[in-house]
Write a protein that binds this ligand. Structure first.
Ligand code: GRF
Length: 211
């Protein structure tokens, strides 16, 4: 399945997808688009020979204009799936509607808990014992679309924010390819604002074995 990956930074999730696509993941990454010119992920794309572009909001008069250019670029690439991998922009409703049910995101928390920024800090401040990562379909609501896969971990006593972030990221690297595999093989879909796996509504999102 032709896939566009949208990034803004390091691109470690992008790297996992590049590596897995070369082995056992049925996707063809046909475009990498970054909202930031200095994103390290652009170098990862270049090294892998994947066409990459920078689309910086600062170059457009409005968010709508920026997202129209983004949509144009994605359609030209032929992508059927859009994967957000550390893409630090909120997409406009027009963009989300245009690609409804074809955009996935990964978020470092057990959604619906801790949407938005700084989830690790909030987990530690609140003394939560469980934390994790979620893959979800993108809707107009920030980090609010139906969850399709989730994996949790136990928060260690005295764990620092960077330590927790590193452990959560290794969960991301494990679950994102698996969720994308389900979508690319036609088993996972979004209909009526809900996620469906093998034709059944997903009420409890599946996880995978701890990496
Ligand atoms: C990940 O933690 C992801 O959950 C969040 O941004 C981070 C991106 O990391 N949305 P990377 O650029 O893939 O290394």
């Amino acid at each position: 399945m032709k896939t566009a990956v949208l990034i803004s930074g390091n691109g470690s999730n992008l790297q996992v997808l590049i590596d897995r696509a070369a082995v056992d993941l049925p996707i063809d990454i046909c475009a990498v688009i970054s909202s930031k010119a200095d994103a390290f992920g652009l170098q990862r794309a270049q090294r892998a020979g994947i066409p990459a572009w920078v689309l910086s909001p600062a170059d457009y008069p409005s968010r709508d204009a920026c997202d129209a250019a983004l949509a144009e670029r994605i359609e030209q690439s032929g992508a059927e799936l859009i994967v957000l991998a550390g893409f630090m922009r909120v997409l406009t409703p027009g963009f989300v509607q245009r690609f409804q049910g074809r955009i996935l995101n990964i978020h470092p928390s057990l959604l619906p808990r801790y949407r938005g920024l700084n989830p690790h800090r909030q987990v530690l401040e609140n003394g939560d014992s469980k934390h994790g990562a979620s893959v979800h379909f993108v809707t107009e609501e920030l980090d609010g679309g139906p969850v399709v896969m989730q994996q949790s971990l136990s928060v260690h006593a005295d764990e620092t924010e960077p330590e927790l972030a590193t452990r959560v990221q290794s969960i991301e690297h494990a679950i994102y390819p698996e969720a994308i595999r389900l979508f690319a093989s036609g088993r996972l879909a979004m209909r009526n604002g809900k996620a469906w796996l093998d034709g059944k509504e997903l009420t409890i999102p599946p996880g995978i074995e701890k990496p």
